[in-house]
Design a protein around this ligand. Structure first.
Ligand code: SF4
Length: 230
């Protein structure tokens, strides 16, 4: 049975989604031409801007290092040099190699096979790979394996906090539960919702938010207080 509180939360979350979709339109995420590109992009984007990730991806493509097998075979220092633009290159080289070994040993490098595992099993396995944290695992789950696993990032935390929807405990799992416990378990909805939150966080609900003209203004206590104090 759906409680009154969760029914209200569901309506609020869906309203936020609809407003952003109306404002920005579909985002066509994840940016990437193949399951492999999305998978390694999810690692490279840790603490890096997407512009710098694109430079690293471009280097890997030009060097012909664009498959799990090629990642396993290239020496660590050469891989680190290729992904230099996205920062933490030595650590990320080790992470890419661990992921490539997992993909080879578990799926024979066939990324389509990720879809076959159930959600809990796949998430548990990804989290056990060196360098794969919750956000990266969920990005791979959602955008590669097409599983309904909501991705939480800095933009999402900031926006829900300003909207007054943040959970009492500031943890990844509580933020994820806010969306996953209150929305329909639909991969396409989670895909678009996360992409829209990122767009909104980059464009409007920045560190210094542009509240006037924000599509969420009349749903947002932070924005309401900010605008009325002027
Ligand atoms: S009204 Fe301001 S604080 Fe609220 S979501 Fe919009 S930009 Fe962010």
């Amino acid at each position: 049975m759906v409680s009154v509180t969760s029914g209200i939360l569901r309506e609020q979350l869906l309203m936020v989604y609809r407003r952003m979709l109306e404002r920005y339109g579909p985002q066509h995420w994840w940016p990437g031409e193949s399951a492999f590109e999305i998978t390694i992009g999810a690692v490279l984007t840790q603490a890096a801007s997407w512009g710098n990730v694109e430079k690293a991806l471009c280097n890997l493509k030009q060097a012909g290092v664009f498959s799990p097998k090629a990642l396993r075979e290239i020496p660590d220092e050469d891989l680190a040099r290729l992904i230099y633009p996205c920062g933490y290159f030595n650590a990320k080289a080790r992470k890419l190699k661990s992921l490539a070994h997992y993909l080879g040993e578990r799926f024979d490098d066939d990324l389509d096979a990720l879809t076959v595992l159930d959600t809990a099993t796949l998430r548990g396995e990804l989290l056990a790979v060196y360098g794969i944290g919750e956000e990266t695992a969920d990005a791979i789950m959602l955008y590669v394996a097409q599983k309904p696993s909501f991705v939480i990032d800095t933009y999402t935390r900031r926006i829900v906090q300003r909207l007054g929807l943040a959970p009492l405990k500031d943890t990844y799992s509580r933020h994820q539960a806010l969306f996953m416990d209150n929305l329909p378990q639909e991969t396409s909805l989670f895909n678009e919702y996360h992409a829209l939150l990122d767009r909104h966080g980059k464009e409007t609900c920045r560190k210094k938010p542009l509240c006037e003209g924000c599509c969420l203004l009349n749903l947002c206590p932070t924005g309401g207080a900010k605008v009325s104090s002027r």
